[in-house]
Ligand binder design. Structure first.
Ligand code: PAF
Length: 289
């Protein structure tokens, strides 16, 4: 039976009541408008944890003033029904005024990993993410937390925060879930008109083609970036935010592709800003997107 908790103290109290022996509480933080990517994380948590908490909170702190906070898609009724079907233990629905009361002035910044890629074009973003994730971790007190690899930089930043702050929470990353035509599942796909959806395939096609180029022996990161750019630019209605061939741990641009590389993209399609990535490892052997 899924219990809905809105109150912050109640959430803490619920978690504290769990028996200490064999404690294994899984947590999936989300901004709602759930899709198969979120549901796969919930199923994973249900599989390996004793209890599962899912939070839904559209976090204003991770949106810039001109971004889509006010229009972020919401369908709480549908989300509740999906989570009930998966039989999660708690749906946590904190309120903005409780999480960010008047006078709130604290933030968490993971320096070094947050300046490039999404951090370059959305300078407020990671500070907003790490601050809310830290607050949610304090409230839910999970043993494990689940995040999708579509947001691979976010995953790396959260792992680093947890390590640096000795939080003792295991961060579980899980592969990107894709539509049959390759498009990465994202709540923001809801913004796409039918013809824009066709253009949105550019991200997946560029990543696949960039990976193939590396597998054929290309070692110049610039050549791979240029190649991926040209694929995206050949699709109408696209505007590139960034095209990156970077170090998968540090998110700094590479000059040469040696053992491993992260191919990462952010592209505006219509009013949606979409991101996707592909990790290329053991360069001569394999790659996983
Ligand atoms: O990935 C997301 O949906 C959000 O960035 C998160 C982790 C729920 C924090 O608001």
């Amino acid at each position: 039976m899924t219990c809905v908790i809105e109150n912050l103290d109640e959430m803490k109290a619920w978690s504290r009541r769990l028996p200490l022996e064999d404690r294994n509480l899984g947590f999936v933080p989300t901004m709602g408008y759930l899709h198969e990517g979120h549901l796969a994380l919930v199923r994973e948590s249900k599989k390996i944890c004793r209890q599962t908490v899912v939070s839904i909170f559209v976090n204003p702190m991770q949106f810039g003033p001109t971004e889509d906070y006010a229009h972020y898609p919401v369908d709480l009724e549908r989300d509740r029904a999906l989570l009930k079907e998966l039989d999660v233990d708690v749906l946590f629905l904190p309120k903005k005024e409780d999480l960010y009361p008047g006078g709130f002035c604290t933030s968490v910044r993971v320096a070094g990993l947050t300046e490039n890629l999404c951090g370059g074009s959305r300078p407020h973003f990671f500070e907003g993410v790490t601050t809310i994730v830290l607050k949610l971790f304090h409230l839910v007190q999970p043993d494990r937390a689940f995040f999708g690899e579509k947001d691979r930089q976010q995953l790396g930043v959260i792992r680093k925060m947890v390590r640096d702050l000795n939080m003792g929470i295991t961060i579980e990353g899980r592969p990107t879930i894709r539509e049959p035509d390759g498009i990465a599942m994202s709540s923001r796909n809801a913004y796409l008109a039918p013809e824009e959806r066709q253009s949105a395939r550019a991200l997946y096609l560029a990543l696949q083609s960039g990976k193939a180029l590396i597998e054929k022996g290309e070692r110049s990161a610039d050549a791979v970036r240029t190649h991926m750019r040209s694929i995206i630019e050949s699709h109408p209605r696209t505007r590139i935010d960034y095209v990156s061939v970077c170090d998968p741990e540090r998110f700094t641009e590479l000059e040469r592709v040696e053992d491993s590389a992260l191919l990462a993209l952010a592209v505006h399609v219509g009013r949606a800003r979409l991101i996707d990535n592909c990790l290329v490892e053991n360069i001569s052997c394999s790659a996983s997107c």
